[in-house]
Design a protein around this ligand. Structure first.
Ligand code: BES
Ligand code: MN
Ligand code: MN
Length: 462
């Protein structure tokens, strides 16, 4: 029977060209100017799932962008794997920082990817990683090696909060019934250090608006005599962290899970070089919450970060003005047990309470989501671990990620199944940034590892 490594070798060019075609479509869910492209991407995904051997593929309409659903049920008594991914991408801006246009994929070599990496928006997050599953499916169906049932659910609104997917999942429990959910939308430690993501952080995203005087004012005539909303906003934001970089919002840490000494010691074993980390970012020092390591700060600890701040005059030259309004967008990454709605409320109450007289504050909640952790003693984790061992020759390291896929905790709540996060990206792949890329090694290794997961999951489920 044909083996996956040879199959990948034989079909390498086609696997790559199909991904390139997918990456050419600018499926930017956040920008309605790309509506046609997002919809077209859903059509392409549908076609590819059919070609890969799904028996039944449909485009499920929602109040937003559609969900592509496909399945192949070979035997009701066998386990069912539900694959989730997203075909939408982040906006590519700032465009001038891309070395090649974001929707004209090119393959270039880099220090980390001497065998080449594909540069395009969505290459890693998540078209490239999602498409590995489509190609793994193709291999299993074309060579008669699909060992269990499979369902695909590929959405188009992950980058904007998945709110319509949440409705779809709640309304389609029977259709989506599964034994395990499999997602490739995270990363791994390094090309030669495979890892399995065992946790994701939650998220609360808010926008704030500080209003002072009813109109913009001359900063000479009024400066010093009225509250300047930008001065006030920056002072309020600065007060959200204390001198140890702890977040000062009352109650913020109440539900944070403190890891045991043993768990922290276990985490610290993951290979990590602070020197290389600083070098890769061109920084002299890291920065963060006192008492925690870099890897802890970006995975098991909650954070608060300003994502954007604006107001007043930012054009060329100088304009002496006190703006009437100042704005900021703020994200809080949360850890398991912190409830995002609760945190949003705590933020709102606190932020309103610290506003001085002379300004009014408006806090607008955006989206949010719960964090997620998965145990390593489940059949799903064990199957993934064996799959990586076979394809990489090393047992993967369990690792909690700092990123968020808010829908994962909803899957657990509604579908009662655990998610296995088999990510093949690297932190250096520049997801959400200019020059996003995905290593060809990672792409093909992913395709090789996935069928092994199917095999071991089916065996271990017996
Ligand atoms: N795939 C990412 C999340 C991710 C990346 C998790 C790398 C772990 C490692 C996903 O597409 C994403 O960008 N999520 C957003 C949240 C969403 C609500 C917009 C995020 O983490 O900012
Ligand atoms: Mn993603
Ligand atoms: Mn993303």
């Amino acid at each position: 029977m044909e083996n996956i490594t040879t199959y990948v070798k034989e079909h390498k060019d086609r696997f790559l060209n199909e991904l390139i075609d997918l990456l050419k479509i600018p499926s930017i869910s956040a920008d309605s100017a790309y509506k046609k492209d997002v919809l077209q991407t859903a059509e392409v995904v549908k076609k590819r799932l059919e070609e890969a051997g799904c028996d039944h593929v449909e485009i499920c309409e929602t109040d937003g962008y559609p969900i592509v659903y496909g399945e192949k049920i070979i035997d009701k008594n066998l386990p069912t794997i539900l694959v989730y991914g997203h075909y939408d991408v982040q906006p590519p801006d700032p465009l001038n920082l891309w070395n090649s246009p974001p929707f004209e994929p090119v393959i270039k070599n880099t220090d980390l990817h001497p065998e080449g990496a594909i540069f395009a928006r969505g290459a890693c997050d998540d078209k490239g990683q999602m498409y590995m599953h489509v190609k793994a499916m193709e291999f299993m169906t074309k060579t008669n090696q699909l060992p269990c049932n499979v369902k695909f659910m590929i959405e188009g609104e992950e980058e904007v909060g998945s709110s319509n997917l949440a409705v779809f999942v709640k309304n389609n429990q029977e259709k989506l019934k599964n034994d395990v959910i499999l997602i490739s939308d995270t990363g791994m430690i390094a090309k030669d250090v495979p890892s399995i993501t065992t946790g994701l952080r939650g998220l609360s995203y808010v926008e704030v608006e500080v209003t002072g005087p009813n109109r913009d004012l001359h900063s000479g005539l009024y400066g010093g005599a009225v509250a300047n909303p930008i001065n006030v906003l920056t002072k309020m934001i600065a007060s959200l962290h204390d001198e140890n970089n702890h977040i000062t919002i009352p109650g913020f840490y109440d539900k944070v899970e403190e890891l045991s000494k043993e768990e922290r010691a276990e985490m610290a074993k993951a290979p990590f070089s602070l020197e290389a980390y600083k070098k890769s970012l061109d920084i002299e020092a890291v920065y963060g919450e006192a008492g925690y390591s870099t890897n802890e700060r970006n995975s098991i600890r909650p954070t608060l970060d300003v994502n954007g701040i604006w107001g007043g005059y930012t054009g060329e030259g100088a304009k002496t003005v006190i703006a009437s309004k100042a704005f900021a967008k703020i994200s809080m990454r949360l850890v398991p047990h912190q409830k995002w709605e609760e945190i949003t409320q705590l933020f709102k109450t606190h932020f309103e309470s610290i506003a001085p007289k002379g300004v009014t504050v408006l806090v607008k909640p955006h989206h949010g989501g719960q964090g997620y952790v998965t145990p390593i003693d489940s059949i799903g984790y064990q199957a993934a671990s064996k799959a990586y061992f076979d394809s990489f020759g090393k047992t993967p390291i369990p690792q909690r990620s700092g990123g968020s896929i808010p829908i994962v905790s909803l899957f657990e709540q509604e579908l009662k199944s655990k998610t296995i996060l088999m990510g093949f990206g690297l932190d250096s792949d520049a997801i959400h940034s200019p020059n996003e890329h995905f290593g060809l090694f990672n792409y093909f290794k992913g395709i090789e590892t996935i069928p092994l997961f199917y095999k071991y999951f089916t065996e271990l489920s017996k």
